[in-house]
Design a protein around this ligand. Structure first.
Ligand SMILES: [Zn+2]
Ligand SMILES: [Zn+2]
Length: 178
């Protein structure tokens, strides 16, 4: 997702994206850590344009993910729609402007600084995908979760643990005299 600034100044660029999650380093790590599974590739289109000293990136990405239910760990399938709206400003431009008011404005606008003849959109686009992942996925609102004592999935039936019981190892320790 490299953008040549010189070319972009001449004409806007349309990026048709179809990428595996493994092409994004942070997403690839999350997949290895099993905190998310991508059931489809990440697709969508981004329009990149040069608008008077700023680079504007806008578009939508979509994919299908599955994340573990935060109570019972069952996989929860979620269709993601990731709106992408990024604004970049040249770092040299930013330094040239010593206007406090403008700087404040820049923070509010979530400006991202870039420098050099090329701009790689990948890290920021990846961040948008990470931010849109479900935070506390639930398989259903009434999910009963797992029993704290025996780990049984309480959605599939109750266990025999009425009250919290001591782990057998801990019970043995209780009788251990120092
Ligand atoms: Zn659940
Ligand atoms: Zn139990």
């Amino acid at each position: 997702m490299l953008i040549q600034i010189d070319k972009l100044k001449r004409r806007p660029r349309q990026i048709e994206l179809e990428k595996q999650a493994s092409s994004f380093p942070v997403l690839a790590e999350m997949v290895v850590a099993q905190s998310v599974t991508f059931d489809e590739s990440i697709t969508g289109s981004l329009e990149v344009s040069w608008v008077g000293d700023f680079i504007k990136v806008s578009g939508h990405l979509a994919t299908l993910v599955s994340t573990p239910c935060c109570r019972c760990l069952a996989p929860v399938s979620t269709r993601l729609d990731v709106p992408v709206l990024l604004t970049y400003m040249s770092a040299e431009e930013g330094e040239a402007t010593h206007d406090d008011e403008l700087e404040l404005h820049a923070d509010e606008m979530d400006l991202i600084y870039f420098s050099g003849p090329e701009l790689d959109l990948l890290p920021d686009v990846e961040q948008e995908i990470v931010m849109s992942l479900p935070q506390h996925p639930l398989c259903k609102a009434s999910c009963l979760g797992l029993c704290h004592s025996c780990g049984c999935n309480l959605n599939q039936g109750s266990c025999n643990c009425e009250a919290p019981i001591l782990h057998p190892g801990l019970a043995a320790l209780k009788n251990f005299k120092i």
